[in-house]
Design a protein around this ligand. Structure first.
Ligand code: TYD
Ligand code: MG
Length: 470
């Protein structure tokens, strides 16, 4: 009969011994030998060996099983999330206090509830009556959203674990939540992290989509939401200028979708209204024909977006002239100014420069370089740019205008909104012919400056651009 002998195996090198010893003779390691069960290859008699579970191997070329998504019923939200809320995912909605996060989320929850899904809205900041009042104002009082004003994560999870799993759970806000497992006060980084962790575990286990609201101060300094950013599947940022009614929803991080799409909303007396054609909105109050304004044909994600860029160049009374930018990257402005100065003879050392993207939009693409340069030169020369034209193109350090992506989409949008001319890189000529726009190909920034200077000679204001002749 086979003896069920145990053996002693070195955990470092795998050498097998018949008895324990302090040092492994094979590798020389001390205290690495441990007793293990039978080292025989034969199965233990009387116990049937467990067969491994058989799983199916998927071909690489097969169809992708997309994470099951739930469209929110608000197309602008779906565009940013990449098609809706993914089952078991956790999304952080970050934004300044008062920007409209609670408003957007009660509207989203109501849209889902009206579509027949179970949606729960937990407010840690407002009483149920207040949330109701808001919903009434939004005309959503009849929506079957389940409400609670609670802050204990354990209570929330216990309640939500009962009955049918909600499809959407909104937790407003994560800063107000606290968990028993951690001793520190609500709002501290440890509590925020602990509460978020518990809610994330619940989302993964139950398959509910959870949205956590996180307040961020103007300088993004509250540690709480920053900590949470790394733990969640997606981070959406809700932005806008207090003085403008436009609000922009932008994906900062998204494990299940693109991060370059934006959703555009307008804050009205009856809540957030979707803006399906933002170009019309951003161009609605255009200062037609005044010097320093230009229309930039941009792209946000897959959506073309026309925006007005305004520049003001004025003689300075300061030793160091001011450079102020709203809605664009200050270092790109510095670069465009340097290129104008170095290659085009446009001297701006004695001028304050202000650049503003109208409507509270924030532009990130380098394609705005050409439009910004045109606005700056136009303001300096006091010559207005053609009102029927759009501009786009990236400026390289040599002063050349580089091609940009998706020229066709930019031109098409411009044509749709009634523009008839485009100042664009040479490369756009190939795709521009079928858009119906007259294309002025700009090879270098010098060409653009010369063009504006020529126009300004015809205008009343004399040009003050010193050409670099030698
Ligand atoms: P809110 O959603 O409470 O902001 P957050 O949750 O991000 O702190 O929105 C507050 C602001 O929105 C408030 O200043 C008033 C404005 N608002 C409207 O203009 N119209 C409306 O219908 C609602 C509900 C709010
Ligand atoms: Mg709120």
């Amino acid at each position: 009969m086979a003896k069920n002998a145990s053996s002693f195996i070195c955990q470092n090198c795998g050498a097998v011994y018949g008895r324990w010893q302090g040092k492994c003779d094979s590798c020389g390691e001390w205290n690495s030998i441990a007793e293990e069960g039978s080292a025989t290859d034969r199965p233990v008699p009387g116990r049937s060996a467990r067969k491994g579970r058989v799983f199916t191997l998927e071909p690489l070329a097969g169809e992708t099983h997309d994470a099951p998504r739930l469209p929110s019923g608000i197309p602008e939200v779906d565009r940013v999330t990449g098609g809706g809320f993914v089952r078991g995912s956790v999304l952080l909605m970050a934004g300044d206090p008062g920007i409209g996060k609670s408003t957007l989320l009660i509207q989203t929850a109501a849209a889902l509830a009206l579509a027949g899904h179970r949606a729960v809205y937990i407010s840690g900041e407002e009483a149920v009556a207040q949330v109701r009042l808001r919903a009434e104002r939004l005309g959503l009082a009849k929506a079957p959203v389940e409400l609670a004003a609670e802050t204990s994560v354990e209570d929330i999870i216990a309640t939500l674990s009962q009955g049918k799993t909600p499809r959407l759970i909104v937790v407003d806000s994560i800063q107000t939540m606290w968990t028993d497992a951690i001793e520190s006060a609500p709002g501290t980084v440890t509590q925020v992290r602990g509460s978020a962790q518990a809610l994330i575990r619940f989302a993964k286990r139950s398959g509910a989509a959870v949205i956590l609201v996180g307040h961020v101060t103007k300088d993004g300094q509250i540690a709480g939401p920053r900590v949470v950013e790394h733990m969640v599947d997606a981070v959406l940022s809700f932005e806008g200028e207090g003085s403008h009614q436009f609000r922009i929803l932008r994906a900062v991080k998204n494990r299940f979708g693109p991060t370059d799409e934006i959703g555009v909303f307008e804050m009205t007396g009856a809540g957030l209204r979707e803006v399906p054609n933002p170009s019309e909105l951003f161009l609605s109050e255009r200062d037609l024909g005044s010097p320093g304004t230009v229309v930039f044909a941009g792209i946000e994600g897959t959506r073309p977006l026309l925006v007005e860029i305004q520049a003001l160049v004025a003689p300075t009374s300061l030793g160091t002239p001011r450079r102020a930018v709203v809605g664009w990257d200050p270092s790109r402005l510095s670069m465009v100014l340097a290129v104008l100065e170095a290659h085009c003879g446009v001297k701006l050392g004695g001028h304050d420069v202000y650049l503003n993207v109208a409507g509270g939009l924030r532009i990130q693409e380098p394609a705005a370089d050409l439009a910004a340069a045109a606005a700056l030169v136009s303001s300096l020369a006091g010559a207005s740019l053609p009102a029927e034209a759009v501009y786009f193109g990236e400026v390289s350090l040599s002063g050349a205008i580089r091609p940009v992506a998706q020229s066709a989409a930019r031109l098409k949008e411009a044509a749709k909104l009634g523009f008839t001319r485009a100042f664009a890189p040479d490369a756009a000529r190939e795709v521009g012919t079928d858009s119906g726009l007259a294309l002025s190909a700009i090879g270098s920034l010098t060409d653009l400056v010369a063009d504006i200077a020529a126009n300004s000679k015809r205008a009343k204001a004399p040009v003050r651009i010193a050409r670099q002749d030698g």
